[in-house]
Ligand binder design. Sequence first.
Ligand code: PAF
Length: 279
Amino acid sequence: MMQILRTVAELRTRVRGWKADGRQVGVVPTMGALHEGHLSLVRAAKRGCDRVIVTVFVNPAQFNNPEDLAKYPRTEAADAALLAEEGVDVLFAPGPDEVYPAGFASQVIVSGVSAPLEGERRPGHFEGVATVVTKLFGMTQADRAYFGQKDWQQLQVVKRLVADLNIPVEVVGCETIREPDGLAMSSRNVRLDPLSRAQAPALHRILQKAAQALRGGAEVAPVLAQAVAEVKQAGFSEVDYLELRTAAMLEPATSVAQPARLLAAATIGDVRLIDNIPV
Ligand code: PAF
């Protein structure tokens, strides 16, 4: 039966028991409001590990916009029911004081890969992510950790910090799960009004079309300019970025000779969506 734990001390006791029995522990870090995308990570963890912890913590440190933090959906009872059904062993749902007790003064800063794109538009975001993920690895002592490729830059930041800080966890990146019309699943999708929801899948469609043109040898700059124009025509009010970047370092890519990724962030209604695909 799934246990819901709220303190690091309780979690440590549980994990210590598992490790003493030689069990491999997997963790799926989340901020709750779970959807099929999260559940696909849970299923991957179940396949790859003997015991699975899902963490649900809406991390204030990674929200650069207080309104976004206030509006972030919180659905713990429904999340717990879904996770119990998936056969998760522990739902770890600490409160903010457990994660950031009085006197907390440390920060994990990953330079390079966290600087462009989301890093530029959301100052402090990746410091918040890197710090909480490092803490969750310390708290859970997991052998494997599962992250979605939808947050591609986040995945690269986490891989970098794990390598740099010698954290003994294997980071597993899992495919983006999409709605049948192509919209990448996201906890923010519930905030889309019906018109925006109908228009939102255009982002993925346009990325796919651009990727196909690039694979066919088209020049990068005009393809990207055309894609930005199409995203705006499709009903998005703002395109924060739509760029071709090297897959691991996220440096600007001027050709698809090396592994590259098309990444975009755009706002529709009052919801900012991100998506990315390989090229
Ligand atoms: O991707 C998320 O949901 C969050 O950024 C994470 C990894 C759980 C850290 O708070």
